[in-house]
Write a protein that binds this ligand. Structure first.
Ligand code: GLU
Length: 478
């Protein structure tokens, strides 16, 4: 209705399906997702699969899987760029018909000879085709490419929301090929036509594509199409300031799932890689959606920092919903190739979640604390637990058990019984805690004794205490 109403935001993520979802790609996807979703807009996914030799369906699947893990859902179908080849070619022909592009019959040899001569004369080696202004009547019936008529003087200015105005002299742009001699469209044409047809309003992508933007502008201008808002984001570097590479750690987004980072922590971390909102480090998805903007994107490369990821992950685990966390841990186990939890284990894990999620930075850390609930009797104590059991006199655990038979199984009553028991032994509960942890969990670093007892229940607790006391008796410590 109103002409002044801004067009709804449409962003896209346009990966080339030649490998897994790279950490940099995941961040690009996230920025586009946040920008669109935070504004009630659309986030589209286009697979740039025109390079048939390098694109594989497995890579597309891996990228989709990575996006799914990160919860970056897209609108509509996945668009295949290759499927649009006929449309891309049609646009080249439209430009040809409008006199904004031309048929070029120069052979590779002629182009090479042109460059050679230009070099010898110390001139620019950009190819200037003799066919640009040729009379079509003079055209031979021979193979040809279609080239765009690039502007020859003046400048092209890319108004980039991250990089500022980037000015390129037009005499540095050549008459780019739009359609090859076999009729196939070039990548640069495909990107522009797709972005236009998909109604993309904002192109947020790595700054390795900044140079492409100048050439893509030519096509927008020649077609008279609106140029999208550009935002070319700096790449990600390793902690040493060098380009991120394998030696800095995992590069695939999903490897972080298999290492046990929660998706929410990863999203928070990736959002902070190159974008900031004041001093905020930890934030929820809702906050990120509310706050994310292009102004907050920095101009210099972000540095990958695993410590920060761990820290944020821990905070996200701590605030997560117990059932959702249990599900995510089950997904993590599958991604890491570990055996799944039984239904009983999964249920126990969820019951215990409240006392596990506070100080775990990753799922392996959480599961380590959850050992007491996942283990099956008799519990095999580790070295430290064995020592802890040896620090109290034999039989003390079995003496405790009758007192636990009839107590009501609440934190208060359990505390009362255990404190009373310790006092009767002439000691403090603190002294008993180590052996009790060892008996209940087979290890010494665990949730609190009371939490474990409450989660395990009376029967299992008593069973474990009996098991430990019989181990104490029968297997004297060295
Ligand atoms: N397919 C390109 C890439 O994976 C992205 C192109 C674009 O975003 O315009 O780097």
């Amino acid at each position: 209705m109103s002409e002044t109403r801004p067009a709804p935001v449409v962003t896209r993520f346009a990966p080339s399906p030649t490998g897994f979802l790279h950490i940099g790609g995941a961040r690009t996807a996230l920025f586009n997702w946040l920008y669109a979703r935070g504004r009630g807009g659309k986030f589209l996914l286009r697979v740039e699969d025109t390079d048939r030799a390098r694109s594989t369906p497995e890579a597309t699947e891996a990228i989709l899987k990575g996006l799914r893990w990160l919860g970056l859902d897209h609108d509509g179908e996945v668009i295949s760029q290759f499927d649009g080849a006929a449309r891309h070619a049609a646009v080249a022909h439209e430009l040809l018909a409008a006199g904004k592009a031309y048929k070029c019959f120069a052979s590779q040899d002629e182009i090479a000879a042109f460059r050679e001569a230009a070099r010898a004369e110390g001139k620019s080696t950009l190819f200037r085709s003799p066919w640009r202004d040729a009379d079509p009547a003079s055209h031979p019936d021979a193979p040809h490419v279609i080239r765009i008529k690039a502007p020859q003087d003046g400048v092209t200015v890319i108004r980039d929301r991250v990089q500022g105005d980037v000015t390129i002299r037009n005499d540095q742009l050549d008459d780019m090929v739009l359609l090859r001699a076999d009729g196939s469209p070039v990548y640069m044409l495909a990107v522009v036509v797709d972005d236009h047809d998909m109604g993309v309003t904002h192109v947020i992508r790595g700054d390795d594509h900044l140079n492409n933007a100048a050439r893509q502008m030519m096509i927008y201008d020649a077609m008279g199409w609106d140029v999208p808002v550009w935002a070319h984001i700096p790449l990600i570097h390793g902690p040493d300031g060098k380009k991120l590479s394998k030696r800095h750690g995992a590069l695939g987004a999903q490897e972080y799932q298999a290492m046990g980072y929660p998706a929410a922590g990863m999203r928070n971390y990736l959002a902070r890689l190159g974008w900031s909102h004041g001093d905020d480090e930890f934030f929820t998805d809702d906050q990120a959606l509310d706050w994310f903007d292009l102004d907050g994107i920095g101009k210099s490369p972000a540095r990958f920092d695993l410590k920060k990821l761990e820290n944020l992950s821990g905070q996200h685990i701590a605030i997560a919903d117990d059932a959702a966390l249990r599900q995510e841990i089950e997904d993590y186990l599958a991604a890491a190739g570990q055996s799944p939890l039984s239904q009983a284990q999964a249920e126990n894990l969820q019951t215990a979640m409240y006392c596990l999620k506070d100080r775990a930075r990753t799922f392996p850390e959480l599961l380590d604390k959850a050992r007491f609930i996942l283990a099956i009797r008799p519990i095999e104590p580790d070295e430290k637990a064995r020592k802890a059991l040896g620090s109290v006199s034999n039989g003390i655990l079995s003496e405790l058990t009758p007192q636990l038979q009839n107590v009501s199984w609440t934190r208060n009553d359990l505390e009362e019984v255990l404190n009373g028991f310790a006092a009767a032994q002439g000691t403090k509960f603190g002294k008993l805690a180590g052996p009790l942890r060892a008996a209940l969990a087979g290890r010494t670093v665990t949730p609190s004794v009371f939490d474990m007892m409450l989660v395990l229940g009376r029967e299992e607790t008593l069973g474990r205490l009996m098991d430990a006391s019989s181990q104490q008796g029968h297997a004297p410590l060295a």
